[in-house]
Design a binder for this molecule. Structure first.
Ligand SMILES: Nc1ncnc2c1ncn2[C@@H]1O[C@H](COP(=O)(O)OP(=O)(O)OP(=O)(O)O)[C@@H](O)[C@H]1O
Ligand SMILES: [Mg+2]
Length: 306
């Protein structure tokens, strides 16, 4: 069986486990740097300084960059170019899960920053993603999460309608970003991502022009948590038992032309096999792959019937 690239998940005829092209996108050169540390060695307080609040989150993670000769990855409390997320003890395979979901998003042509899986010093794979809030020269690009923008106090309260409305009122390219947002909502439902709370939606403000930030933190939380809700935020006044008509109501609320909304549904229907294929060929272990495949099959059935 052909190798699968540990970045994009597609077959890889080249030697090794990465497409050179994928490595170049991630590191600007076709190298797979060594990681001379393991999850247990992560600096505890990467997220504590005020300057780095932007990557604070629940999961352990580190700000990193390539070292001087590009052979290894090093911690970079300042001047980081990438974010590294190790495997958390309580969620085995989470790096592979995030990498797979990001590859699925990329296959659907969402804006996705370069990402990949790399072995840490103990052999466990971690997930690495290039920062989208840094310029090539290392300058900062402002991001604002919906939690900040909407003045939330609880990241799980609020609605997808309110997030969509904020996208509509701030985005420079309203039409494009509204459809992008709608598609991502549908995508998250399909993969079983019930953790798209207010801090997992953001705007990127480049040259004073806001747009929906590229994808991040995409995982099938349903695979890990049997009781996970359909949606972290309300949709059509509910978080569960979502049906196609709830998503249609969102499209309507966001003033998306019904024909355009129908095209979005068709696009997903047509992508079912591609997404399944990325799942079954992923780095997830067989039981997680099977669960993930089931979750997606269930979601497709709920949207499109069997
Ligand atoms: N590629 C990226 N470039 C820049 N900023 C990012 C990127 N990925 C994530 N972030 C920022 O870092 C924050 C934390 O990242 P992420 O959501 O992936 O971590 P998490 O710990 O899994 O979050 P959660 O709190 O949802 O569990 C995000 O809210 C986002 O603002
Ligand atoms: Mg998050």
């Amino acid at each position: 069986m052909a190798n699968r690239c540990l970045c994009c998940g597609q077959t890889c005829e080249e030697d090794g486990r990465y497409h050179s092209k994928c490595l170049r996108r991630l590191w600007n050169k076709a190298i797979a740097p060594k990681i001379p540390f393991a999850a247990k060695d992560l600096p505890e307080k990467v997220t504590s300084s005020k300057d780095h609040m932007s990557i604070s989150g629940v999961q352990a993670k580190a700000l990193v960059r390539l070292n001087d000769d590009s052979s290894e990855i090093e911690f970079a409390p300042s001047g980081s170019t990438h974010i590294l997320k190790p495997e958390p003890g309580e969620y085995p395979g989470l790096p592979a899960m995030e990498n797979t979901c990001m590859s699925m998003a990329a296959a659907l042509e969402f804006p996705v920053p370069p990402h990949g899986l790399f072995p840490m010093s103990d052999g466990r794979l971690c997930y690495i993603v290039k920062r989208f809030d840094r310029t090539v020269g290392g300058g900062k690009i402002q991001t604002e999460t919906m939690f900040q923008l909407l003045g939330s106090t609880d990241k799980y309260s609020g609605s997808l309608e309110s997030v969509g409305k904020a996208v509509r009122s701030h985005a420079e390219n309203v039409g494009l970003d509204t459809i992008d947002f709608f598609e991502r909502v549908l995508f998250c439902f399909i993969i079983g991502n019930g953790d798209m709370h207010m801090k997992n939606w953001a705007l990127l403000i480049r040259d004073k022009k806001p747009s929906l930030a590229p994808c991040y933190d995409l995982v099938s939380s349903k695979v890990y948590l049997a009781k996970e809700e359909d949606s972290a935020l309300m949709l059509n006044a509910k978080k569960n038992k979502l049906k196609r008509r709830d998503f249609e109501a969102l499209a309507d609320y966001l003033k998306i032309d019904p024909k355009a909304a129908a095209n979005v549904f068709n696009k997903f229907k047509d992508a079912q096999e591609r997404l399944r294929e990325l799942c079954v060929n992923s780095e997830l272990n067989p039981s997680m792959r099977a669960k993930f495949e089931d979750v997606m099959a269930g979601r497709f059935a709920r949207l499109f019937g069997r």
